[in-house]
Write a protein that binds this ligand. Structure first.
Ligand code: KG4
Ligand code: ZN
Length: 335
């Protein structure tokens, strides 16, 4: 197969509840369309069956709009990339089946992308790009990882959560507080107006791993106790409670990241994944960088939560390396 110097890559992401398509060419992200599925709000979490049906409805218009926005036609596509996993099987199947069919029809190569690797490679969409090796804190609704990134596809997870992910910690805390789903962005907003005056205990885990399930329980007990004296405690203190919860989640993340920096002696760090949209965490990681004299990388907001631009970016480096998939590609649910 003759590879192009500047291929037009169409990328598709459908691992959870966002249907996304992006077009990349000559070092530029020409479009990045994301259709979020608001329907899950009423259930307080992602319902897999509902998600895959919604992907089925969204995928064609999303791909179509992404191509139009990029000023490209189907025949311009040199390569189709897709998230192969990890994620929800029903959701992944929609994207993978679509991408396989399109690649077959257009007779162009297919590239499979690992969702977590793509969250890390989101740093390469815009300048300045990180230099290897660097440490990345990948924090989303499903994952919390400290990744030692030695090269584009040479990554080692050196710390992970032993229970809930950081995003889950935000979402579950929000649920206890009566906030909508996903609660992360709502806690972020309230926290900006409050003071972190309530102290929640920090889990004691020896290595670079995380634990967030205890936080949820301590919030629950704390609120129960406060509500015995004042049944309006949550309403009257919502901003301060959110600030306190957010501050504890951030301190847990930063403590382990700092420890990893000392252990692996890197000069650069990054954060990515949905939770990296959190304004408090963004500020904290900048401060950590200043304190430890590190270069800090944070993707643009639209490249933090699930998006196809990061899939296109990862696919570009796979294309350059000649790493292609074929029609036997099947999605996987776990890393
Ligand atoms: O990466 P992502 O879009 O999807 C997964 O792969 O999980 O991450 C979604 C997670 C949710 O838990 C959501 O509450 C959280 O990211 N999130 C935030 C913020 N924006 C999204 N958490 C805290 N603060 C935010 N601003
Ligand atoms: Zn994700």
């Amino acid at each position: 197969m003759k590879l192009k110097e500047n291929p037009v890559i169409l990328a598709i992401e459908s691992s959870c509840d966002d249907t996304s398509a992006a077009v990349f060419e000559s070092g530029k992200m020409l479009s990045n369309l994301i259709a979020t599925q608001a329907i899950h709000e009423q259930y307080g979490g992602v319902v897999p069956e509902v998600a895959s049906r919604a992907h089925q409805e969204h995928i064609l218009p999303v791909v179509d709009t992404a191509l139009k926005k990029a000023g490209k036609k189907l025949n311009d596509i040199d390569c189709v990339a897709v998230t192969a996993g990890p994620g929800l099987m029903g959701s992944l199947l929609v994207g993978v089946t679509f991408a396989k069919s399109l690649a077959l029809c257009l007779d162009v190569p297919l590239i499979d992308v690992h969702h977590m690797e793509a969250h890390v490679l989101a740093h390469f969409i815009d300048d300045p790009q990180p230099k290897f090796p660097f440490l990345n804190l990948t924090v989303s609704g499903g994952h919390t990882q400290i990744v030692l990134v030695k090269d584009f596809f040479d990554m080692k997870v050196v710390g992970t959560t032993i229970d809930d992910a950081a995003g889950e910690a935000f979402d579950k805390s929000g649920k206890i507080l009566g906030l909508g789903y996903p609660a992360g962005p709502l806690i972020d907003k309230h926290a900006a107006l409050g003071v972190a005056k309530f102290s929640f205990p920090e889990p004691q885990i020896a290595n670079l791993d995380f634990s967030f399930s205890g936080l949820k329980t301590s919030i629950l007990y704390f609120l129960k106790e406060q509500q015995l004296a004042n049944k309006d405690f949550i309403n009257e203190n919502l901003d301060d409670i959110c600030a306190s919860v957010q501050s504890r989640i951030i301190s847990i993340l930063i403590k382990k990241l700092t420890r990893a920096v000392r252990q692996y002696k890197v000069d650069e760090i990054g954060i990515s994944g949905g939770v990296s949209a959190n304004s408090g965490l963004r500020k904290a990681i900048m401060e950590t960088g200043e304190k430890l004299n590190l270069r800090v990388h944070i993707p643009k907001f639209e490249y933090c939560t699930d998006n196809a631009a990061m899939i296109a970016m990862a696919a570009y480096y796979k294309y350059k390396a000649g790493l292609f998939a074929d029609q036997a590609l099947v999605p996987f649910t776990r890393s």
